[in-house]
Design a binder for this molecule. Structure first.
Ligand code: DAH
Length: 345
């Protein structure tokens, strides 16, 4: 009697292993028969009472094997179905269909403007120098001839690092001049693009962070005329071949003589009147002959070498070019704003 039941379970296991359900229907039928609530394995567990004690353990293991085989065969069927479905999806992909449009990024208007300026100066032999934004007082101010009591040093304008009177966020890229002159022998011919910081109230016209490009040329016999010609070349490459410039006397602690350069913007419409205050001239940069004291501060023999320097803001030039009326837009990084410059390069 007991042996008969054993034979029955063995036959069931063989049946389960041979079943190999493949189609959706076969898999479902298999599940109902062997794993469903009224499956054929369940009642066999009840037969245990008819099995002699010494074979009860063996019987239990055999019925469990039947159950596990059913579960494994069912899972195999499900997996095979899923694979077949994936294959079918792949086979149905239309490889000749046009691709989904890719969302391309765009260059930031500040980068576009800065790269254009870099490009122009690289063509006439200026090398790009990138330097630290966290500077020390000496490179930002002292070396650049800015005396201790100069208003630019005022805590109001300069961000000092916490608990420091020494380390600060550079207020201008002129600090790169000091970095280069102390580490390099003339001739030096560099431009230094980068971000600068000033503790200013944020408004449509000014921001606490902005960008500058600094220029420095030190060599033997470098003259004011060289500077004027270099800057005229820059203005005409940047704003068009017939661009006119003018140099107005000015003051900077690190240059002597110093000047500010205007380009002739014209007075074509009302906006031009407003941005040039009715003169047609627009200030673009500060410049001058490097003060001999600055050369000496940085260990360069001022009786042998001379040079010129200039520094310009990027935001204003980008705002003019792209007719952006509020500087804050340049720092908020709203994609709806940035997207508009996709065609700018
Ligand atoms: N550093 C000045 C500023 O932040 C700009 C400047 C003026 C740079 C004259 C120069 C220069 O190199 O010669 O406003």
């Amino acid at each position: 009697m007991a042996q008969e039941i054993f034979d029955k379970v063995n036959a069931l296991i063989a049946e389960i292993k041979a079943a190999e359900p493949k189609t959706k229907e076969e898999v479902e039928q298999f599940r109902i028969k062997y794993l469903g609530s009224k499956n054929v394995i369940k009642p066999i567990f009840g037969e245990i009472k008819n099995i002699p004690n010494e074979r009860k353990k063996e019987f239990g293991q055999l019925v469990n094997e039947a159950k596990q085989s059913a579960e494994a065969a069912f899972q195999q069927g499900v997996d095979a179905l899923e694979n077949a479905q994936a294959d079918e999806t792949l086979a149905n992909i239309d490889l000749s269909a046009p691709a989904e449009p890719m969302n391309l990024g765009s260059h930031h208007p500040i980068s576009v403007t800065m790269n254009k300026i870099i490009d122009i100066f690289e063509r006439i032999g200026f090398m790009v120098e990138e330097e630290r934004e966290i500077e020390d007082d000496w490179h930002n101010f002292t070396a650049m001839n800015t005396p201790e009591d100069h208003p630019a040093r005022d805590m109001q304008d300069t961000y000092y690092l916490k608990d420091s009177t020494e380390n600060l966020l550079r207020t201008h890229t002129s600090s790169v001049q000091a970095r280069c002159m102390t580490r390099q022998e003339p001739p030096i011919r560099i431009i230094a693009p980068g971000r600068v910081y000033r503790n200013e109230t944020i408004s449509a016209r000014s921001h606490c962070q902005f960008h500058q490009v600094e220029g420095l040329y030190i060599g033997e016999g470098v003259s004011f005329a060289d500077m004027k010609q270099t800057l005229l070349y820059f203005a005409q490459e940047m704003y068009g071949a017939d661009t006119k410039i003018r140099l107005r006397p000015s003051y900077f602690p690190f240059t002597e003589p110093s000047a500010e350069m205007d380009v002739y913007w014209g007075l074509k419409d009302e906006v031009d009147h407003r941005i040039t205050k009715g003169t047609g001239w627009l200030e673009i940069l500060g410049c001058g002959m490097v003060d001999p004291q600055v050369l000496e501060n940085c260990g360069i023999d001022s009786s042998k070498y001379s040079g010129f320097a200039f520094g310009m803001g990027i935001e204003r030039q980008a705002m003019l070019k792209y007719r952006i009326s509020d500087i804050r837009l340049l720092f908020e990084n709203d994609v709806r704003f940035l997207k508009q410059f996709k065609s700018a390069f």
